[in-house]
Design a protein around this ligand. Structure first.
Ligand code: SF4
Length: 465
């Protein structure tokens, strides 16, 4: 859970990156940063906070240059602290490098241990820094070869944007877990995690950066290489379920359509006699519209979301998460009172939020609450960059369907079947990762006893927050 953007060949590269990051804010709200290349040196500005706050005080004026990369961070690896906010900019024996990463490397701890044993000193607790060390210690001659050499040693998920020696490099891991798209803005080249960033800056979509592809943009020209061994494509299905913006095309398919189609499918396979279809906003809304359309029932907004608090799922502490649910959703009593409700949500993780929503609806006078979830039960943790809790915290791992329903307090509960998730994506070839729903991991996770990707490294240091 992070977002990246890169731009090459634009007079106001840092400002374009800033706008792109605004469009990607939903992918990470802990910190934001931009690094720019003026042809002589790389400069960066990074801080904890939202994009608008981080760059609201003339920071962009200090970032001249025609190339820039940007990052919004949500910590799936490493603690929440300023030193972990990307892009990382380092100087090594050959020159400077700036890097921004979306994804999670499953073997970063192993590599870090090996490098530290040889004397490397790490500045952050982020898995991304491992890549920089591997670049710096590579014996290859050119920067591109050093980067390839480094990436051949890491496993897991990475969509990267890199600045070095007046070039922008964009690269995606061979499975293609996380999205990365390529576009144009006039003569300039743009890469971004989602197409919504291209839309916001007025750019045009060219294509995806392919799994295992490295795109090198230099002097306005683009070169593409595929230096990694081929792997089966495993795009993260959870981007379509929850994470990406509904106005984005992810992995070549509109996210809105996926959610709407899954809602329709759910209405067919899990019908229920009720009065009103209600979304849990915002990510449940397209699916609820699909459910209402297919079941020919009225759609109403019975829960109004406040947009001035963060998404509860991606807040890191349980304390904030619990508080956030009450802050975030306000019931519309006239829609709810005396009604049998079909409540459509995108997913259930711990069950905490669903339980609170059901309680809120009952307190507001709902006659019945039927919960319909537009994805299968989450039974396993993600190790490729989406923040899911340990397996033991996942409600579908701990409880069966009836126990979950009872715990949440709904009159009925039903999920979208796993086959339907793939069928409605047209995924006959199994090109989507569904490990959090199936437990089938495309890349074996290296996990400790708690079976969790957090933390790879122990928190330490004064700037930890
Ligand atoms: Fe996405 Fe789930 Fe696979 Fe993680 S495990 S990459 S969240 S589908």
């Amino acid at each position: 859970m992070c977002g990246v953007v890169g731009i090459h060949g634009h007079d106001e590269a840092a400002k374009v990156a800033y706008l792109g990051l605004h469009a990607l804010q939903h992918r990470g709200q802990e910190g934001a940063g931009i690094a720019a290349d003026d042809g002589e040196r790389l400069r960066a500005s990074r801080a904890l906070g939202l994009v608008g706050d981080v760059f609201g005080h003339g920071e962009l004026e200090k970032l001249p240059g025609r190339s820039a990369i940007g990052h919004v961070r949500y910590s799936t690896a490493g603690e929440s602290s300023l030193r972990n906010v990307q892009p990382f900019v380092v100087r090594y024996r050959v020159g400077q490098v700036a890097i921004a990463h979306n994804g999670n490397l499953v073997n970063a701890a192993d590599i870090r241990g090996r490098l530290e044993a040889r004397g490397s000193i790490f500045n952050t607790s982020s898995d991304t820094e491992v890549i920089l060390h591997l670049v710096a210690t590579s014996i290859q001659g050119t920067f591109i070869n050093r980067l390839v050499d480094a990436l051949l040693q890491v496993e897991g998920a990475y969509s990267l944007v890199v600045l070095s020696e007046n070039r922008l490099v964009a690269v995606r891991d061979p499975h293609g877990f996380r999205p990365l798209v390529l576009g144009r803005l006039g003569e300039a080249w743009v890469v971004a995690s989602e197409t919504t960033a291209l839309d916001l800056i007025g750019g045009t979509y060219e294509r995806e950066v392919e799994p295992g592809e490295m795109v090198i943009i230099e002097g306005g020209r683009l070169t593409s290489i595929s230096p990694f061994p081929r792997r089966p494509r495993k795009a993260c299905v959870f981007e379509h379920v929850y994470f990406a913006r509904p106005n984005s095309d992810i992995f070549g398919r509109p996210v809105y359509d996926s959610r709407f189609d899954w809602g329709r499918r759910l209405a067919r396979v899990e019908p229920v006699d009720a009065d009103v279809v209600l979304p849990v906003p915002d990510s449940g809304t397209p699916a609820a519209l699909g459910y209402a359309f297919e079941s020919k029932r009225i759609f109403k907004q019975g829960l109004i979301r406040s947009h001035y608090v963060g998404r509860t799922f991606i807040e890191p502490s349980q304390q904030i998460r619990d508080f956030g649910v009450k802050l975030k959703l306000s019931p519309v009593r006239s829609v709810i009172e005396g009604k049998r409700l079909i409540v459509v949500d995108d997913s259930i993780v711990r069950g905490t939020t669903s339980r609170k929503i059901v309680r809120l609806l009952r307190e507001s006078g709902a006659a019945e609450v039927h919960l319909r979830i537009c994805s299968p039960p989450i039974i396993a943790s993600c190790f490729y960059g989406v923040d899911t809790p340990t397996q033991d915290e996942l409600i579908a791992h701990r409880m069966d369907l009836e126990e979950t329903r009872e715990h949440i307090g709904a009159d009925s509960l039903a999920y979208l079947p796993l086959e339907a998730l793939h069928a409605d994506l047209g995924d006959e070839a199994g090109a989507f990762c569904d490990a959090c729903f199936s437990g089938r991991y495309p890349v074996a996770p290296r996990v400790g006893a708690d079976r969790h990707q957090l933390p790879l490294f122990q928190p330490e240091g004064e700037d930890a927050v």
